[in-house]
Design a protein around this ligand. Structure first.
Ligand code: SF4
Length: 249
């Protein structure tokens, strides 16, 4: 089994997994989404809310604010407290949440929580705890998905309507000039196997298949922690599960 990073742009990473069993790859996907521990706001004490937003909606919005998570804190702290006290007119953003711990803050400070009108007030205390995606999706650190590596065979020689065929590709990985059709350099793994090109040009001109020995694994990180940490925690949780099964067998 071999794994390598083929692309890493911002919060999105693409891995190439060779000779992995699909069941193992799916277990990794599930572990990333469900088992990694992150922080999110779980409890609120609302002292005052004279805004037009119900307490329940306010709580739901605050719960979904992704928080920078320091995994090591889970051993020493059970919860972190934020305070939010604002009076309108004011657009209240995630950055207005004041945390007792300087290292914890919202990942996206510009997230709008509520627009307070003249004289409206919110005064609350929010407690963030550690949890995982199995308990609530707000704790999930990333979206993870995979597909087989594409294999594209283009007829040797001229392909009629090459430019039109290339223009149909939703991820823009084909280039067509005159009657010459080709895959753009370094773009093969971006093919999403939709077969729009094959449906139009016919399998004699361009044939799309999947290489079942290689899997393209994509991770879209929500920002609470970096992708390396997410993968480490996901593998640890898989290991723990295997040990648990071993004990029971
Ligand atoms: S299968 Fe879809 S994504 Fe892949 S090359 Fe053809 S049109 Fe593009």
């Amino acid at each position: 089994m071999e794994a390598s990073i083929i692309k890493s742009e911002g919060k999105t990473s693409t891995l190439l997994l060779s000779d992995f069993k699909v069941s193992l790859v799916n277990a990794l996907r599930r572990a990333i989404i469900n088992s990694v521990q992150t922080m999110a706001i779980e409890d609120l004490n609302i002292y005052k809310n004279t805004s037009s937003m119900y307490d329940e909606i306010l709580a739901s919005r605050l719960g979904l604010v992704p928080l920078k998570t320091i995994a090591a804190l889970s051993k020493s702290k059970k919860e972190i407290t934020f305070k939010l006290k604002e009076t309108g007119p004011k657009a209240v953003h995630a950055s207005d949440l004041m945390c007792e711990d300087k290292d914890i803050s919202p990942v996206y400070p510009d997230t709008l929580i509520i627009n307070l009108k003249e004289g409206e007030t919110i005064d609350l205390e929010a407690k963030a705890t550690f949890g995982n995606g199995q308990e609530h999706i707000k704790f999930s650190p990333a979206h993870a998905f995979y597909h087989f590596y594409p294999s594209i065979t283009i007829k040797k020689g001229d392909v009629k309507g090459a430019a039109k065929i290339a223009s149909l590709c939703p991820v823009d990985i084909l280039e067509g000039q005159g009657d010459k059709l080709a895959v753009k350099k370094g773009k093969l793994q971006d093919c999403i196997l939709c077969k729009a090109c094959e449906d139009f040009a016919g399998p004699d001109n361009i044939k799309i298949e999947s290489d079942h020995d290689k899997i393209v694994f994509e991770i879209e990180n929500w920002g609470q922690m970096d992708t390396k940490e997410i993968l480490e925690q996901a593998f640890e949780s898989l290991e723990d599960e295997v040990k648990e099964i071993e004990k029971k067998v």
